[in-house]
Write a protein that binds this ligand. Sequence first.
Ligand code: EPZ
Length: 440
Amino acid sequence: MNHDVLRIQGGTALTGQVSASGSKNAALPILAASILADQPVRIGRVPRLSDVVVMQRLLAELGVSNRWTADGWLELETVALNAVQARYQLVRQMRASFCVLGPLLARRQRAIVSLPGGCNIGPRPVDLHLAGLAQLGAEIRIHRGYVWAQADRLRGARIDLSGRHGSTVTGTANVLSAAVLAQGETWLTGAACEPEIVDLGRFLIALGAQIEGLGTSTLHIRGVEQLGGTSYQVIPDRIEAATLLVAGAITAGRVTVSHMAPKHVHQVLNALDEAGCQLQIDTDRVTLKGPTRPRPLQIVTGPYPAIPTDVQAQLMALCTLADGTSQVCETVFPQRFQHAAELARLGAVVEQQENLATVRGRPTLHGATVQATDLRASAALVLAGLAADGQTTVQKIAHLDRGYEAMDEKLSRLSGHVRRCLDNQPAVNRKLNRASTSDQ
Ligand code: EPZ
């Protein structure tokens, strides 16, 4: 775990233009699915993040060589087919490692993948992943903290992936990636409609898979005998783009985020509009002018196309400064409110009852030392720090580096006073140390 902190001198309105990076949550399952390819694969716009480093290590252990090209693409090629175990040490660092289960099972007939374990944002079960793969004919047992799965050849099936809180994103990725090599046809109902799943599906189609219904909750897959290789670029990161726009909104700034897909953050843009932001929306960019003081919001998170749970913390940060009382209802991960207590250290007033938070807006926040508890919580604290009076120190910034490519540099480019430094040391410019551990 790196021990960097961010020191933020708040109170400056952000201005300027930055571009969105490639999507973390699209890139990770796509990289895992490269296990399925019989030919080399080149993936473009993979963000440089510590989570990607973990996936690269895992793939290398699984016999998939991977290297960055001079022009910034990631080239992957299966060089050995016998490794089938994803170790606890790696899966513990990043839950998305569990996405290798479906591809390993489909391509190598066997997988031994550590259960991901606990998580800072609440319970994260994998029962739907396992039930889906079992319906494709896999024999699955859990032994000493590992999922042991095997099947000589998976068989197409009708599988319902809907759970108590809606669809499962990485569960859909796992079952879809397995079904593309299954014998016969598979119908997945209750599938996730997130753009990241559409992107994974398009990557699989580029490899030769036959999939219909992407972007809807019913996917129809005709299994094929083998998949080839391809060059593929991942979509822009909608969560990063939304975070940068909220940074403009919370500092009453004027920010343009380019190379993004506005249609993927439609509901977030609606919320920012309700908060009083002026928005200019073009095909691949959004310019936002923040209000002097935001209006309060009623936020309900949910599966796509609703407001993503991954933007809940950032929007809550905005609500702490609203001219009135906001409500934030978290329906995906009902316990994902750890940022509320840290925001309170900056002067925010948040009351929480089960999955509902009531945020009483204040005219100002005041700088303090706060601690990031998870990836999106760390983003919310950085945003609040940008808006607060005086200096805010955000500790455990390794969480931020897991999912945001050079966020401190992007905020500095927008005139934010953000410095990365070692804890207990004066602010100095430090290069990103992206090697970190966490558990999402
Ligand atoms: C993905 O996690 C994302 N991670 C998360 O992003 C995101 O918050 C989440 O989807 C929701 O959008 C990646 O894409 C790598 P789920 P995932 O399975 O797939 C329940 C971030 O900040 N459920 O869609 O693990 C579950 O408890 C991260 O970038 C079951 O009940 O989430 C939750 O209530 C954090 N059984 C709901 O479904 C299962 O087997 C949605 O979870 C699986 C999930």
